[in-house]
Ligand binder design. Structure first.
Ligand SMILES: Cc1ncc(COP(=O)(O)O)c(C=O)c1O
Length: 534
């Protein structure tokens, strides 16, 4: 992985230090002279404080400074463009006032991978028809009278698409994980979780009452170390064998753009016999030649994974989540899942959106359109990633990931990047601690099949200029973006140098910091994405 120069990491830590010191100084005087502003942090009239002063510090003194970059209100469809409702703040982002205007921006921030977030087209027409026939709500939980023909149809469609015997849909992606883990495992079981797993997995695992062990993100060696240790030791104190061991990973990680090493995990599964849960929230529809997720991408039979979970919010432009697996597992889930027994069943319009988009992806409905969307997404993801690397940015993640994190490091560069992009009418998401490690703040682009090459060129142009102004082009070349290989040097040789991390003189020739001119990036990108990126 590429790293910025040490001075940059040092100034990043220094920035946090200054922010923290200033925060404490402001708190010290604020608590003396503006007591009203601190009421929620202090016990009052015998009642305990609403918030912990310590826990609230980060939000109050760091996040609040850049709060205008987050949770921007929008109106309309979050498709290729997104319309922001303009707002201003007179009190340093504590309150916002709407100005009454809107701004249409290029949308690089929504999880609209296949471009199904649309208010027109075949899906929207089918949904409109469903609303006329079914209304908006099922008005019941699945356990009572909330299972309609649409639910059964969608569950069969999902099972078929995923390549599993059975599937179940839920009204919420987060709720799918939060309620599925407690239904599948419990006391005496063990969840082994990638350290960067999504909050819904961590939440569900904690609710289940099972023990939780973590391994380093995507590190197969560390996973094997954890497996050997937990299997040999068994349960704490009694050392009895675990009732069940469930390994939970994500197909594509939404902050890193990394893909799980499914082939490696499957070979460990054969050796150590644990159950495998893969959350495909960001990979289903977005990865693989047929859009069927990580199994499709790696050419692995879905039967190798016990439970395939996914959300319907992202690639399908709908809402909710699903779990697919063997019939016995799904039957158990139907009977024991509190979320669906007590919660509202997915709404008819949402189910139709899922069914219509799934049929388009698999080519049953509007033949050719699904394939085109998949190809556009694959091209766009590789084109933008390669372009950013060549311009000199440090970009994390897998070459085929539609999530493209560009590293900013310094906390002040988050608002600067976001504002500069907004000036150019481009909406981006910036992410910092605690969603990322303290030093690796980043901007995260979400590529969509709805984007055209012109959109991406516009973004590359904006990044090129903003990157120069903010001085964030730090790539050393080790993670890609380099000039074409000199004659006589093969990709295998480079791989070997990278592996040994000591290319010596030869390595220096290959790993020169890429700082391509924008014109060359745009000129060569289309051809070069067809071969393995470097
Ligand atoms: C890996 C993962 N699982 C689950 C969820 C929750 O899905 P939803 O947003 O549809 O509730 C998300 C959301 O982004 C996610 O990234």
């Amino acid at each position: 992985m590429d790293e910025p120069p040490y001075y940059y990491l040092l100034t990043t830590y220094l920035s946090y230090l200054i922010l923290i010191v200033f925060g404490h100084v402001r708190d010290f005087f604020g608590k003396k002279f503006h007591k009203r502003d601190y009421r929620h942090l202090q016990a009052n009239d015998g009642y305990a404080a609403l918030n912990s002063d310590f826990d609230n510090f980060y939000i109050r003194r760091l996040k609040m400074r850049i709060n205008d970059c987050f949770a921007r209100p929008i109106t309309g469809v979050p498709g290729r463009y997104i319309t922001l409702i303009d707002r201003t703040s007179d009190d340093h982002n504590l309150h916002f006032k709407f100005t009454g205007t809107t701004t249409e921006t290029l949308n690089m921030s929504s999880y609209n991978y296949l471009g199904f977030a649309q208010s027109e087209g075949p899906c929207a027409d089918a949904v409109e028809d469903t609303v006329k026939r079914y209304g908006l709500t099922i008005a019941s939980s699945r356990g009572d009278v909330g299972t309609s023909d649409l639910h059964v149809e969608v569950e069969q469609l999902i099972a078929r698409f995923i390549g599993k015997e059975s599937a179940m849909v839920f009204s919420m992606g987060f709720g799918t994980n939060a309620s599925a883990f407690p239904a599948l495992i419990g006391k005496g079981c063990l969840v082994i979780s990638d350290e960067l797993n999504h909050a819904s997995i961590r939440f569900g695992a904690r609710l289940s009452g099972a023990m939780i062990e973590m391994f380093k993100h995507n590190d197969i060696k560390d996973l094997e170390r954890v497996l050997r240790s937990v299997i040999s030791q068994g349960q704490p104190r009694t050392h009895r064998p675990w009732k069940r061991i469930l390994l939970a990973v994500e197909g594509l990680y939404s902050m890193e753009g990394t893909m799980c090493n499914l082939p490696g995990i499957v070979s460990l599964k054969k050796k150590y016999k644990f159950h495998l849960f893969v959350d495909e929230a960001h990979s289903i529809g977005a990865l693989g030649p047929k859009g069927k997720g990580v199994c499709d991408y790696f050419g692995i039979n879905p039967s190798e994974v016990d439970i395939l979970m996914g959300t319907l919010t992202k690639s399908f432009g709908a809402n909710g989540g699903y779990i697919a697996g063997d019939k016995a597992i799904i039957d158990k889930l139907r009977l024991t899942n509190a979320g669906s027994i007590y919660g509202e069943a997915p709404a008819p319009a949402v189910l139709t959106q899922i069914a219509a988009s799934l049929r388009i992806i698999s080519g049953e409905f509007v033949p050719g359109q699904g394939e085109e969307r998949l190809q556009r997404l694959a091209f766009n993801s590789r084109y933008l990633r390669l372009g950013l690397k060549r311009l000199g940015f440090i970009v994390y993640g897998h070459d085929d990931s539609p999530i493209i994190p560009v590293l900013l490091y310094n906390p002040a560069k988050m608002p600067a990047f976001s504002h500069e992009m907004l000036k150019r009418k481009i909406s981006v998401v910036v992410v910092g601690y605690p969603a990322t490690p303290l030093v690796s703040s980043r901007a995260r682009f979400c590529v969509s099949a709805a984007h055209t090459k012109d959109d991406l060129d516009r973004l590359l142009d904006a990044c090129d200029k903003v990157g120069d102004v903010l001085q964030i082009k730090f790539s050393s070349g080790i993670a890609g973006g380099a000039e074409p290989l000199p004659e006589g040097v093969t990709a295998e040789m480079v791989k070997e140098w990278k592996r040994t991390e000591k290319g010596g003189m030869q390595g220096d020739v290959i790993f020169q910091p890429p700082r391509w001119k924008l014109e060359d990036v745009l000129k060569k990108g289309v051809q070069d994405v067809k071969v393995p990126l470097r």
